[in-house]
Design a protein around this ligand. Structure first.
Ligand code: ZN
Ligand code: ZN
Length: 630
């Protein structure tokens, strides 16, 4: 860099024998001079078209950057790799596309806009108005796309900056519709009734990827040991829970039929507890009365502390067998609340248990829970402890520190909640995705195993979010018969629309305008309304190998540039996120890999080897790095 700048000096000041040279180097100034030199000579413009029409081609697809904040140094690092590969291929004389991408839709933008506007929850967003809110989200994206563009130019990255793609574009959204329609044609789209991790602040479910990637933090919770008196017997089961709020939805207690259990006496009370758990669970002296197996306990009925709540009027509690119960933690007897725990819900199907769903989308107890109704789950632990003590069923309580799932956006402790969400059944794609993954060159090579491992173990893809700013899921559900249909394009929607098209026409396919459009149910002739859900944002970034290459309108162009010769991103998380979404969406439509080579690199860390995060305070902003350090 410095060499080229001294050339500038030589050209313009050749007549001087000696130019005074400062003995302090101002790197930022050198860089700005160089940028100006490029600009004055239109270097980048010439570079972008230099190899147009060349016989050889190199197709690069940019993974979109979230246009939500200014860049930090790790973004600059990633962009440097991208630029390096493209410049090298340009020097080899290959024709290329130089399209930068911005990721625009999703909760991360919503959360920042909520902060800007001082909105605290979904209710306040709806009072503010969905149309206004969505408009503010768009504005934020435009603003930061511009900031990031300026920063990338300052970095010295050479891209076709007037031609960036935006995942909020109509084309991107409608191409995802095409993908979802393709899935539906295969019978892969379904509405799932399941217990999911849920953020009560954001009011939305989190998909498996979001939790696996960055979802756990160390948390301390009030945990309780509770006695559940057995029916017709003067003894109690002892259970332990770190989420006392779920006790209100208890329907069963699980034991391992293979394990040994003790009946112990302590201060005149009799408790059942797993033999190997007795020492850790019980406090103080106790006497062993007898020993049984878990199988002996199965089927016994018991009373739970919240039986008197109207919501529990029909519930009968009993002991069920579950081979996953261990004596390593707690008491070896597990409290089961199918409406508030994932495994619990699975057990409810196996054992035909009642499902009590205690909370709404805001983590607030619904009606039927007496004094708990209208209370926020994260506020009730102390009062539940008191209630248990008053009922004389609190064995003991303590503060317990553990790794607990939290919302990656807002750090709120997650809860597990019974929901209706939309899913793609991934079994139909799993094998083909694995084949395609094996055809790709992964750098470093272990990336292939990481991706295959994910594809082997992934659950179905939860694609819905109960939010506002995002892909409008093109799923219309009949108001009468609940039959659902997936619409594959704006043209199909226009043809099918029986109401609301005029209000929608001319708008982008986002909430709330798209929600006005109704279609006729093909099963019963009734009216179908769009599900109010928006899409998982990884759908947006995962479609770009189709949408940005104009798959829907110019198949020749798409074929010219697909599959990409290269993508490159920082790898943590991407195996489950961008790489995965790109593989899934492209393969479902094109039945071919979306990229031939992928170059991945590790997370940037600070001088202590720690991950850099805005929230940790150790992130370095790009502007600071560029203007102060150079
Ligand atoms: Zn959240
Ligand atoms: Zn119908």
């Amino acid at each position: 860099m410095t060499l080229e700048v001294s050339n500038v000096a030589t050209e313009t000041e050749a007549d001087l024998t000696f130019t005074e040279v400062s003995n302090t180097v101002d790197f930022p100034k050198l860089e700005r001079d160089l940028l100006k030199w490029w600009k004055d000579r239109r270097v980048v413009e010439q570079y972008l078209i230099k190899n147009d029409g060349a016989e050889e081609r190199f197709s690069f697809i940019d993974g979109p950057i979230t246009a939500n904040n200014p860049m930090a140094v790790h973004h600059a690092w990633g962009r440097t790799y991208k630029d390096l590969f493209q410049r090298y291929q340009a020097m080899l004389g290959k024709e290329q596309r130089f399209q930068n991408g911005f990721d625009c839709q999703g909760l991360w933008v919503e959360v920042e806009v909520e902060k800007e506007l001082g909105l605290k929850n979904k209710r306040e967003i709806e009072d503010f108005g969905i149309a206004n809110f969505v408009e503010r989200c768009k504005e934020r994206v435009w603003k930061y796309a511009e900031v990031q563009t300026e920063q990338a130019i300052r970095l010295g990255q050479w891209m076709d900056w007037d031609n960036s793609y935006y995942t909020m574009s109509d084309e991107n959204n409608y191409t995802i519709w095409h993908f979802l329609k393709t899935c539906h044609d295969h019978g892969w789209i379904y509405k799932g009734h399941d217990v999911m991790p849920w953020c009560p602040r954001c009011g939305t479910g989190l998909s498996e990827h979001e939790i696996v990637t960055e979802g756990y933090q160390e948390r301390t919770h009030l945990s309780v040991y509770v006695a559940l008196p057995l029916g017709g017997e003067d003894a109690s089961l002892l259970v332990w829970t770190t989420t006392p709020w779920t006790l209100a939805a208890n329907v069963a207690a699980a034991v391992n039929p293979e394990l040994a259990y003790l009946l112990v006496e302590q201060k005149g009370n009799l408790y059942y507890v797993a033999k190997d758990a007795a020492k850790q669970a019980l406090k103080g002296e106790y006497e062993v009365v007898s020993e049984v197996t878990g199988a002996d306990l199965v089927g016994k009925a018991y009373r739970a502390p919240f039986d008197s709540l109207p919501a529990n009027a029909e519930v009968t509690h009993r002991v069920i067998p579950w081979s996953d119960v261990s004596s390593g933690e707690g008491t070896g007897i597990v409290h089961i609340a199918p409406g508030a725990g994932k495994e619990d819900f699975a057990l409810s199907k196996e054992h035909d248990l009642q499902v009590i769903a205690p909370i709404n989308q805001f983590g607030v107890y619904v009606e039927g829970f007496d004094w708990l109704s209208d209370e926020y789950v994260h506020d009730v632990a102390k009062r539940i402890e008191r209630e248990l003590r008053d009922q004389n069923v609190l064995y003991r309580s303590h503060q317990y520190t553990h790794r607990y799932p939290v919302c990656w956006r807002c750090n709120t402790d997650l809860v597990f909640r019974l929901v209706d969400e939309w899913f793609i059944n991934m079994d139909g794609l799993r094998d083909r995705l694995m084949e395609v993954t094996r055809e790709i060159n992964w750098f470093p090579a272990f990336g292939k195993e990481r991706e295959l491992d994910w594809l082997t173990n992934m659950d179905d893809w939860m694609i819905s979010k109960k939010r506002y700013w995002g892909l409008a899921l093109p799923i219309w559900v009949c108001d009468d018969c609940e039959h659902f249909e997936v619409i594959g394009s704006e043209i199909e929607l226009k043809e099918r629309a029986v109401e609301g098209w005029d209000e929608f026409e001319g708008q982008t396919p986002h909430r709330p305008y798209i929600d006005h459009v109704k279609i006729e149910c093909s099963a019963c002739g009734g009216r179908s309304t769009r599900t109010p859900d928006v899409g998982n944002p990884w759908l947006d970034a995962g479609i770009v190998a189709m949408s940005t290459l104009d798959y829907r309108h110019d198949r020749d162009y798409w074929e010219k540039w697909y599959p990409a010769d290269l993508i490159t991103e920082s790898f943590p998380g991407q195996f489950r996120n961008w790489f995965y979404a790109l593989l899934a969406e492209s393969t479902a439509i094109a039945d071919e890999k979306p990229f031939r080579n992928v170059f991945t690199y590790a997370l940037m860390r600070d001088e202590h080897g720690e991950e850099m995060h805005k929230s940790k305070g150790n992130a370095i902003w790009f502007d600071d790095a560029a203007e102060e350090i150079g």
